[in-house]
Ligand binder design. Structure first.
Ligand code: ADP
Length: 260
């Protein structure tokens, strides 16, 4: 067992529901030590669930997200099938242990809403017309949540779709930007999201330079909004490089084994 590491005052504030006095110090450093335009540390891995057709795991700061994909397979129930394309069935679900107060395992209104927005963020990337009458199922499990899980869920789901071999126009990658203590910041953690002034989640297809999700919670001026949007896109590009690395790590390794 690891010895209990003593938490710093900042860490204790960010873990508890207590509202911190400031989110950004005089030097422009955030509660977790990041600069305004700095992403949280990210780890991505594909093909982690052998029983699913495709899967991916992501850690972004304290977020831990697992995605399993099945399909394309015959759509059930039949009435959801479309004659000319596949449908994506997406389920975003927060585990009861993903937040500090146990969350009911039943899907909340928020889970249902996020399942819809994530599906809509992924749909433009997938060649749905290749697989009429079928469904592609995307199961997003939030194992641990610390802000920005809809974005991290999209980034992970796109990796799992690619791992399932589903043809896509581009990967989708997502990142939020927002405002705290009057400053525009990228990749908000939970406390920044809750105590801060605004949050702008953005999903983006980097090669097509197309936005597939754009939401805003809070108040921003037009200039602030533009800065936040550009910052979120810049963050997405950095995450996209990590997505490609994760895919290469699995598939280049597979190729090498085949060549031997
Ligand atoms: P996102 O995770 O995309 O930022 P929200 O803005 O709705 O979505 O949520 C922000 C954060 O609030 C979540 O990432 C999570 O850390 C926290 N949160 C959401 N639902 C709950 C809940 N039922 N109990 C405690 N914390 C929650």
């Amino acid at each position: 067992m690891k010895a209990n590491k003593k938490k710093t005052k900042k860490e204790t504030e960010s873990l508890s529901n207590k509202k911190p006095e400031t989110l950004i110090d005089k030097k422009g450093i955030r509660l977790d030590g990041r600069k305004l335009d700095e992403l949280r540390p990210v780890k991505m891995e594909v093909g982690v669930l052998p029983n699913a057709d495709g899967s991916a795991y992501l850690e972004q700061g304290k977020n831990k997200i697992l995605v399993g994909v099945y399909g394309p397979k015959e759509a059930h129930p039949r009435h959801i099938a479309q004659q000319d394309r596949a449908v994506i069935q997406c389920r975003y679900h927060m585990a009861p242990f993903s937040v500090d107060e146990r969350k009911s395992p039943a899907p909340s209104r928020r889970d249902v809403e996020l399942s819809k927005v994530i599906r809509e963020a992924l749909e433009p990337a997938v060649f749905l017309e290749y697989y009429p009458k079928t469904s592609i199922q995307v199961y997003i499990e939030i194992l641990q949540a610390d802000g920005g899980t809809r974005c991290a869920g999209i980034t992970t789901a796109a990796l799992a779709l690619a791992d399932a071999g589903i043809p896509m126009r581009d990967l989708v990658v997502a990142c939020a930007a927002g405002k705290a203590d009057g400053k525009i910041i990228v990749d908000l953690m939970d406390t920044e999201d809750k105590v801060g002034d605004a949050d702008v989640p953005v999903a983006y297809m980097p090669n097509l330079d197309a936005v597939t999700l754009l939401q805003m919670d809070g108040n921003l001026t037009v200039d602030e909004f533009e800065t936040a949007l550009n910052m979120a896109i810049e963050g997405s590009k950095q995450l996209y490089a990590k997505q490609k690395e994760a895919l290469k790590l699995k598939y280049v390794a597979v190729e090498e084994v085949e060549e031997e």
